[in-house]
Ligand binder design. Structure first.
Ligand SMILES: Nc1ncnc2c1ncn2[C@@H]1O[C@H](COP(=O)(O)OP(=O)(O)OP(=O)(O)O)[C@@H](O)[C@H]1O
Ligand SMILES: [Mg+2]
Length: 317
């Protein structure tokens, strides 16, 4: 196979300067060229599918198909034939034969999303497919060879599922040749300003309108938010600001109330508590410095040790 080290472009679409994303970018470039299975884990909306697509784009398989299958969204009874294909007449309603996602991804990459939700019987079948590199379509007897790279993604703790006996240990080791963990956004806040800028451009492009800018007060609120829905939630908030907000600048009033909920929860004052203001101010400096701590400390007029203490106190990483 042709090596692909020179191909770096799409990795640039993975926005972020935090150590998590920087490490991830390096790992993607190193592992893409090898046909090894990869397990991606991270909370919902952290970018698992994006990373899987970039791995595919950086790999020698990039001219082949990329097929994503959400194992949680397809009913268990259908998932087997969706993955392995079926012969005509294999079951009621199966008028024509299908190739299934695994063969449809031949020459390319398959992303098995939410793999932790697969039933036990399907886990065994998938294990056999990965070991033998062939599938037996539902209703068929002869194995058909497959040539795919498998990337699995999960927002569950699969190691824990193995401990609890709900996920097969042998399948776990088979999928987990390399594990890439994507941290939740609240643990890499220095990525937020860059992601906000990216989403501002992306939404403007999608809506065919000119790009807005973001006021520093709005950016402070965006940087301080905990983002339970991670980057997806951030994208939705920016989209909402375009659709509901007026004017060329995104201001705090264009952002949803829950970004300010912690302020009102604690007091009915229109001002944030001093504690909250300090937290946001530190988050803002970290964001504005792109995570360079010496620079953030300088902006705040404090030493690096004091900054480190504040970061620990407010869980800002
Ligand atoms: N680092 C990043 N840079 C640019 N865009 C990102 C980044 N991380 C996530 N996104 C964007 O955020 C959205 C959600 O990402 P994605 O669908 O890959 O998340 P996911 O982890 O697969 O979520 P789920 O577990 O809910 O399926 C996408 O629009 C993706 O392009
Ligand atoms: Mg996904």
């Amino acid at each position: 196979m042709v090596k692909s080290t020179a191909y770096r472009g799409p990795a640039d679409e993975l926005i972020g300067l935090s150590s998590c994303v920087t490490t991830l970018r390096g790992q993607i470039l190193r592992l893409s060229e090898y046909d090894i299975n990869v397990l991606l884990d991270g909370e919902s909306g952290t970018g698992k599918e994006l990373v899987a697509r970039i791995i595919h784009q950086c790999s020698p398989r990039r001219n082949g198909p990329f097929v994503g299958v959400n194992c949680a969204a397809i009913h268990e009874s259908l998932l087997e034939s969706e993955l392995f294909g079926h012969k005509a007449g294999a079951f009621t309603g199966a008028k024509e034969a299908t190739v299934g996602f695994l063969r449809a991804a031949s020459g390319g990459t398959i992303l098995l999303d939410e793999v932790g939700d697969m039933s036990e019987s399907l886990q065994s079948k998938l294990l056999r497919v990965l070991e033998e590199r062939s599938v037996v379509p539902v209703g068929g007897t002869a194995p058909e060879a497959i040539d795919v790279r498998v990337i699995a993604a999960t927002n569950k703790d699969l190691a824990q599922a193995v401990q609890q006996g709900t996920f097969r240990r042998d399948l776990y080791y088979r999928l987990n040749v390399v594990r890439l963990h994507i941290e939740p956004l609240r643990q890499r806040r220095d990525d937020i300003p860059g992601l906000v800028e990216h989403m501002v451009q992306r939404v403007a492009h999608a809506l065919s309108v000119s790009a807005k800018s973001v006021s520093s007060a709005a950016m402070a609120a965006l940087t301080a938010h905990d983002w339970p829905g991670n980057v997806r939630e951030l994208g939705n908030v920016i989209q909402r600001a375009y659709v509901l907000g007026n004017g060329p600048v995104i201001e705090p009033e264009d952002l949803p109330d829950d970004l300010f909920a912690h302020m009102t929860e604690r007091s009915h004052s229109p001002l944030p508590s001093l504690d909250e203001a300090v937290r946001r101010h530190v988050a803002l400096a970290l964001g504005a410095s792109g995570g360079v701590r010496t620079q953030a400390a300088e902006m705040l007029g404090i030493g690096r040790k004091s900054l480190w203490r504040l970061m620990r106190q407010y869980d800002l990483r």
